[in-house]
Write a protein that binds this ligand. Structure first.
Ligand code: PLP
Length: 436
């Protein structure tokens, strides 16, 4: 009679006392190691693992870090992909985060030993990048910037906003709902397709807290349309004392030659906006943040508002933002600027490698998009590796996971959203899936 495998299952305490697993516990947390131990014990009972291999099996089952978020290769061709964490940070920003992660001088002047202004260096970097701004403030994201503006300028008063700019960003997030949730009243002007300076003029009164312009980042209205640009709107508001706040969303600092229709912080302020709001993790290519730049008195009102304390960012975000602004070109901007000839060469080299590995792989032309960051209709020329359709699902479960898409019954791995430094990892992941 064969022995009951349950009697051979190593005890939890014995396994946790193993020096390698104790080390892992010190690094990852004892609970993480313990749950891997319990999974392996079950596999021993199920006859899948031999008892003497228990420690090795636990080591193999341990996650790389104590957190469960894992690095993913974005082969969707959507450069700023919200579901994939938007902008990948530059190595310089990652280093800055690591340096700031411990105890740091975020709010202490080491020269005098007194309290210093929080995040001063990141704000200085923003002001250098956007010289039209007198002052800057950083909050948690662009939605937080809108909430702060609506609370400080619109509570118990009116925010004037064009009907064509009542935008839903995604996942049910509607800017008008956010604005109203602060207690501000919306005074909508114009129609879905048309608004004129006279519409804005007619809406102004003593009850007006601010005029808001929201960039429709993810749709366009075409045909019989009329919008009022910032310059025109600034002229309408001249002398009224009503601030003009423009949410440009994408976070472009300056005009971008590849994205001619995308508004940017510098030009929007130069055109007469009093404040501009934007995200840090879209086209700027930095960490999640909400940037507020513009007139010093208005920025100061926001900074002094009690709600600001609930929306301000962490030291690691300030560090990453500063490094994004001052450091080397971040990945998002490299991806936008990538030359299609180079992308095609990369696709050919990858396809050759995969074909040599016995796969049905081809280099094909493809289109990429900016994504959640803006420019909804703007296609960027790109190149992809084409594989059989069945690869899409298997690649999402590969190590590291690769997210592509299926088009015309083929899996496409679009290279504009993959850093060129990751081509080797991408090839290895695909070959690994093929070998399964
Ligand atoms: C993306 C976007 C937002 C929301 O930004 P978050 O940083 O995700 O909060 C707000 N307004 C516009 C115009 C946007 O494009």
């Amino acid at each position: 009679m064969s022995e009951d495998p349950r009697r051979l299952v190593p005890r939890t305490d014995t396994l946790l006392a193993d020096p390698q697993l104790a080390d892992a516990g010190a690094r990852l947390g004892r609970g993480v190691v313990k749950s891997a131990v319990q999974r392996v014990q079950q596999r021993i009972r199920d006859g899948e693992v031999a008892p003497p291999d228990a420690v090795d099996a636990v080591l193999a089952a341990l996650p790389a870090t104590a957190g469960s978020l894992q690095p993913v290769l974005n082969a969707t061709g959507v450069v700023v992909h919200t579901n994939l964490g938007r902008a990948p940070l530059s190595p310089a920003a990652v280093e800055a985060i690591t340096a700031a992660a411990g105890t740091t001088d975020v709010e202490l002047d080491l020269g005098t030993g007194r309290r210093g202004p929080r995040g001063e260096a990141a704000l200085a970097a923003l002001l250098e990048a956007v010289p039209a701004a007198e002052a800057a403030l950083v909050v948690n994201n662009c939605a937080a910037a809108l909430a702060l503006v609506a609370t400080a300028f619109g509570q118990g008063r009116e925010l004037v906003l064009a009907r064509g700019e009542l935008v839903e960003i995604g996942d049910g997030f509607r800017i008008p709902d956010l604005l109203e949730s602060t207690g501000a009243r919306l005074h909508e002007v114009g129609t879905t397709n048309r608004v004129t300076p006279a519409d804005y003029r007619g809406a102004l009164g003593p009850q007006t807290g601010a005029v808001l312009k929201v960039h429709p980042s993810n749709f366009v209205v075409r045909g019989f349309t009329r919008a009022v640009e910032v310059r025109e709107l600034a002229a309408v508001l001249a002398g009224t004392g009503v601030p003009l706040v423009a949410d440009v969303g994408s976070g472009l600092l300056r005009r971008h030659p590849a994205l001619p229709d995308e508004p940017d912080l510098q030009s929007t302020l130069a055109a007469g906006a009093d404040l501009v709001l934007a995200s840090g993790d879209k086209l700027l290519g930095g960490p999640q943040a909400g940037l507020v730049l513009g007139r010093a008195d208005l920025v100061q009102r926001l900074r002094r508002h009690p709600l600001y304390r609930a929306l301000r960012v962490d030291k690691t975000i300030l560090a990453a933002l500063e490094a994004t602004l001052r450091g080397p070109v971040p990945p998002v901007q490299e991806m936008l600027a990538a030359d299609v000839v180079t992308l095609r060469e990369r696709a050919r080299a990858l396809a050759d490698r995969l074909t040599a590995g016995g796969l049905d792989a081809q280099a094909v032309d493809a289109s990429a998009r900016v994504g959640g960051g803006g420019a909804p209709e703007h296609l960027l020329p790109s190149a992809a590796v084409s594989l059989p359709a069945s690869f899409a699902g298997a690649l999402r479960r590969a190590t590291p996971p690769v997210v592509g898409y299926v088009e015309d019954d083929r899996t496409l791995l679009n290279l504009r959203s993959v850093p060129s430094s990751a081509d080797e990892t991408l090839a290895a992941a695909v070959l690994g899936v093929a070998a399964e």
